[in-house]
Write a protein that binds this ligand. Sequence first.
Ligand SMILES: Cc1cc2nc3c(=O)[nH]c(=O)nc-3n(C[C@H](O)[C@H](O)[C@H](O)COP(=O)(O)O)c2cc1C
Length: 205
Amino acid sequence: MNRKEFIKNMGAAASAMTLGLGCSKEAAASGAVDSGKTVVPAGKAAVVYFSWSGNTRFAAETIAKKAGATLFEIKAEKPYNSDFNKCCDEAKPECYGKKLRAIKPIEGLDLTKYDAVFVGTPDWWGTMAPPVRTWVTQNKAALKDKTVCIFQTHGGGGMERVGREFAEVVGDAAKVLPPKAFPGSSIKSATKALEAFVTDRITVK
Ligand SMILES: Cc1cc2nc3c(=O)[nH]c(=O)nc-3n(C[C@H](O)[C@H](O)[C@H](O)COP(=O)(O)O)c2cc1C
């Protein structure tokens, strides 16, 4: 099963989510509680991401560069299988069950140093990758009052449930800006869109 077949064969629930939206998927799934630009002092932004095959890493690096942010990677304690099909099989029950996957401590990350936190995930089975769910769950209290903004890369499904479920996990205490989905296969040509994602949301001063 290649990536295209994967999308085609995604479970009924995920397909219904993907196809059933009459309005913009992004707006419908955003879960955003605020919009507009937030002023962030220079050096006060962080980008925290998980990536299995590199697309979200590229997005995270580009966003961090534009925002002058410090970059941190979330790593599963037990890495997922490096084979695409096996990884899909391993992740499916975790994603549908909203399970947490144990993650390694992130060296040097002290959230008290940051005002704005971008969080990046691949779209896995219509939602955030379990290590991201774990990180957000563990850091929910520390994200209180911070500007938080999620971005994701996907294989054709668009935003799906990622923005909405992220907002549910992080809760009302954080200021959640509108999330954005980027097609993973063309991420290396999306530098301008990634930069606009940052400048549409925050002003670094
Ligand atoms: C386990 C797994 C599940 C996936 N589920 C979806 C999905 O539900 N919808 C979708 O559009 N793409 C899905 N994809 C494709 C990835 O979201 C896409 O390739 C993404 O850009 C990968 O990011 P990464 O390179 O940072 O890991 C899935 C990929 C994997 C490995």
